[in-house]
Design a protein around this ligand. Sequence first.
Ligand code: NAD
Length: 502
Amino acid sequence: MNADTQDHGFDPEDVKLPQGHFIDGKLCWLGDDGLEVMRPSDGRLLGSIPDASADTVDQAVRNAQAALASSGWGRRPPRERARILRRWADLIDADIDYLAQLEAVGSTRPIHDARAHEIPFTAEAIRFFAECADKYSGDVVSTRSDSLGLIVPEPYGVVGAIAPWNFPLSMASWKCGPALAAGNAIVLKPSELTPFSTLRMAELAIRAGMPAGIFNVVQGRGTTAGAALVRHPLVRKVSFTGSTATGAAVMTDAAHHGMKPVTLELGGKSPQLVFGDAGDVKTLAGRIARGFTSNAGQACVAGTRLIVHASVAEELMSSIIETTKSIAPGLTWDGATRYGPLIDGRQAGKVDQAVRASVAAGATLLAGGAFFDGPRGGHYYRPTLLTNVTSTTPAVCDEIFGPVLTVQTFTDDDEGIALAGHPIYGLAAGIHTGSIDRALRAMRQVAAGTVWINRYGRSGDFIIPTGGFQGSGIGKDLGRQAFEACLRYKSVLVDVASPAAT
Ligand code: NAD
């Protein structure tokens, strides 16, 4: 570890938090009740946020609608919007010291990860969508020659965005980037567990030249503030990231309150399918260990089901256990930390309960299955391996959102591919093999929105969309698909008058 990385540790008491909602270009509280926010690393009080009432949500949405009308954001030349978004991305990069501290003190992301990944990825995602602003257009379509058929894209108006707590800034950027580049206004509700860093993002948007009201942030609980946002009649589209259960509630609300389109990025239970010819076991072990322990397993795409050919199973499991032995937990504000806490006690209880229930159902604990001793006040779970599991074991069926890997073995390809499928989820899948034919056969058959072959995890290629099949969601974040989903398409038919009539 180099000195530079070590040096980025900080004192959590020194971080000044932005407070309130962000409406009409400024922070405000508006008389809502307060909601306490804890530090995941040590469980101590971090600060408070207002818990938006339906009235506050109404003000935020109406302000966004008015800002669209007064600023002409959606009617401006796309390259002008792109310029402002690019400036915003540059300001996010330049603000890395403060933004990374805000993210680290209030979330599960160690300061090293916030600096190395979260902040640069957030800025670059916004840049990517800025580039889309004038790259995708409508169509002139084939019609009779005495008419002209056009498909004309236009922004929806106000988009309601709801984000989870596991990657607060980057998840917000995946929602805001495409919606704003396409000419919409955004009202964002971050998770009530990680509410502060997106306020800073909103302040920087104003500095970049975004008109006040085009990017508003409302704080509060999901079932009140989040639901009020989805139900608001002026919110014309909803973009949501969170659990499958909440996604279903959001979709129901959207159907009953204006029949608005939804983009839903939901939970996962993603397989790592390892064939006997996958190559160096140590390399594989490192890849699979990172796949289920990154962010302490709190990643939607965490590869939490290892489906491995029996010929390499023993060696691979031993190597994964060996690899995870070196994982040590730490405070998110310590520059040396690479493995952070679970978000809170509720989530910790859920992880531990899923492991216990699986063992009670017959699973064998190969490693982990318990909390680390420290740091005090936080919840740090040991990387856990469970074998002797079946498709009905809780840890195989349910998304745990913790560092828990189940192991199932197979002896022929079809059996392995069948095990890789999941009855509910279809978010991502890893396929590991030295045979391109085997890889492509498996890729075709596994129901997953993203398939990684001989790697596991996203790259910085924002052109590749992400989104799940089945219970893992509807629609895509990232890619041109995410941009196009922030536009609605008007069909236009023009009759061309004959010369005699002109
Ligand atoms: P969650 O569903 O509990 O909450 C997500 C957001 O929805 C929060 O802001 C919450 O306040 C809000 N919310 C809750 N109830 C609501 C309601 N009735 N109406 C409107 N909003 C409501 O999820 P979480 O625990 O914050 O995040 C973890 C989940 O997110 C996991 O299931 C994970 O897989 C998923 N996730 C998916 C992706 C993806 O790209 N597919 C990315 C990150 C996280």
